[in-house]
Design a protein around this ligand. Structure first.
Ligand code: B1M
Length: 213
């Protein structure tokens, strides 16, 4: 079994130390960080997601898998982030209020940093006021909202509305993403874009900030 397959399987078993050790091995063997992410860590998380959805595993196992995912991400994140300190713009990101899922949001943050953006990560369970106040105080061009629950995605509209109330709409763009979302939902709540994955989020932010057309 190759090392990427081993990472995936260890992650599925929730073995954080083993995942870290195997990820280190893969890096030392010269595998690209993107390959370790997609074919090792995310491949394992996909299986966990499917098994959780099918009620074959439960929250404690998913928590352990998430911890193992983080153990691997900690090692590859610096490799995915550009070394030069040029800043193409500022982006405030976070997972919306009531929602603790942060793996996808963290990935978006890493990819944005890798592309040269300054990222202010507010974490998970973030209230609308905090997104808006931070964007205003920091002079951010974009706010990126993540939600993984159908019950919390509705809260994204509050951020869009609050930006409007404070006269910041237009100046601060909003992008949204997360498994239960869609382009139609983004349009419905008045967001400026929907990112179906982390690299698509980067494309969107580049377009919205005028870095790319
Ligand atoms: Co939860 N969970 N979870 N969970 N969890 C889901 C989301 C669920 C679909 C599982 C299922 O039932 N099939 C389900 C939601 C159902 C629904 O709402 N329709 C669910 C549930 C129900 C729950 C709880 C309510 C369970 C309970 O307590 N009974 C609870 C809620 C807690 C809370 O938030 N208040 C809960 C808890 C948890 C854990 C804490 C155990 C853990 C999270 C750990 C953590 O994040 N630190 C967890 C996990 C890991 C999952 C699954 C299995 C995996 C999510 C994940 O990390 N995927 C998930 C199953 C699934 O999604 N199918 C599930 C990997 C990640 C890379 O993908 O986050 O989709 P994702 O991000 C993608 C894209 O969506 C996109 O880019 C990323 C990839 O490039 N993206 C963006 C994400 N954000 C973006 C932002 C952007 C652009 C793109 O721009 C800003």
């Amino acid at each position: 079994m190759d090392v990427l397959q081993q990472i995936s399987e260890s992650l599925q078993r929730g073995e954080d130390k083993k995942v870290a050790e195997l990820t280190r091995q893969a890096i030392d063997a010269g595998l690209a960080a993107g390959q370790i992410l997609n074919n090792g860590l995310l491949a394992g998380m996909d299986v966990v997601s499917a098994r959780f959805g099918a009620n074959e595993i439960f929250l404690p196992e998913v928590l352990l898998a998430a911890r193992a995912m983080n153990a691997g991400m900690t090692l590859i994140s610096p490799l995915l982030i550009a070394d030069d300190v040029r800043s193409l713009g500022k982006v405030v990101i976070g997972t919306v209020k009531g929602d603790l899922h942060d793996i996808g949001k963290n990935l978006v943050g890493v990819m944005l940093k890798g592309a040269g953006f300054e990222v202010i990560d507010l974490g998970a369970n973030v209230a609308p006021e905090r997104f808006v106040e931070t964007a205003e105080a920091e002079g951010a061009q974009v706010v990126g909202l993540s939600a993984l629950l159908t019950t919390t995605m509705a809260g994204m509209k509050d951020v869009v509305s609050l930006l409007k109330d404070r006269g910041l709409d237009g100046r601060v763009k909003v992008i949204v993403g997360g498994a239960p979302l869609s382009q139609a939902f983004a349009e419905e709540i008045g967001a400026d874009g929907y990112g179906y994955d982390a690299s698509n989020a980067v494309t969107l932010v580049k377009r919205l900030t005028g870095v790319a057309s």
